[in-house]
Design a binder for this molecule. Structure first.
Ligand code: DC
Length: 230
């Protein structure tokens, strides 16, 4: 494969499979995986810990200059650090999932995270997943994917993910949370979940993770061949 290092953007709603796919694609290409949702989750965790209300925009935005979020690869797995503390597991609770939507809608929060994300991708060799990667963070990304899946399939995946971590919830409760989060993520004024015009659509409802990874890797191979031929 060519030595050119691409910027690959994967956007989509919650539990569409984008982060798992992005992680495996990055591993196989030897690229860095940046799960931007995890970065916003770390901020939401800090807001909860500081006992700041979700509607307190000014107080939340004022946290940003002194808040440090970092992603590091440890033993092959991506770990998330908040002000130096490993919060990888703490950011996956339903409590944080509820708080992250409003927190990620605030301008200063997004500005700080987008700046960090652009720095991480400046040299290429990156697979970044989120909601606004192909539209805002890297509008010139080499490849953009928009992953979707039916809400039932996504809710089931999220339910299984939570159960594996010891939180057992009825499907209906997961569905309600997911609908709420979808509405917030797509309806907000700042950087809403949006498909980039030049994104490749992938419906993962009936796909296995391996099929998703294969599809992305095949597209990457084609892209690299094309750019070598030029
Ligand atoms: O991908 P996730 O479910 O872990 O993302 C958590 C939240 O963060 C999601 O509700 C929307 C927000 N988010 C965002 O606003 N922009 C991104 N690039 C990634 C996530």
């Amino acid at each position: 494969m060519s030595s050119r290092k691409l910027v690959i953007a994967i956007d989509g709603p919650a539990a569409s499979g984008k982060s798992t796919t992005a992680g495996l694609v990055a591993e196989r290409l030897g690229y860095l995986h940046v799960d931007t949702g995890a970065m916003y989750r770390a901020i939401a965790l800090k807001v909860l810990r500081e006992r700041i209300g979700m509607e307190e925009k000014e107080r939340i935005e004022a946290l940003m200059p002194t808040t440090h979020v970092a992603l590091k690869l440890r033993n092959g797995a991506l770990r998330v650090f908040l002000d130096g503390e490993d919060v990888t597991d703490a950011i996956r609770t339903p409590h944080v999932s509820k708080a992250v939507s409003p927190v990620s809608g605030y301008h200063e929060v997004r500005r700080a995270m987008v700046r960090e994300q652009r720095l991480l991708g400046a040299e290429g060799g990156i697979v970044m997943d989120g909601r606004d990667i192909g539209t805002v963070v890297f509008p010139d990304a080499d490849l953009k994917f928009f992953m979707v899946a039916g809400i039932e399939a996504r809710a089931r995946r999220r339910q299984e993910e939570l159960a594996a971590k010891g939180t057992v919830l009825p499907l209906d409760a997961v569905l309600i949370d997911m609908r709420e989060r979808d509405a917030r993520d797509t309806g907000r004024a700042e950087a809403p979940l949006l498909r980039a015009d030049d994104a490749i659509d992938v419906d993962t409802s009936a796909m296995t993770i391996e099929q998703q990874v294969r599809l992305v890797l095949d597209t990457v191979s084609k892209k690299l061949q094309e750019s070598e031929a030029q």
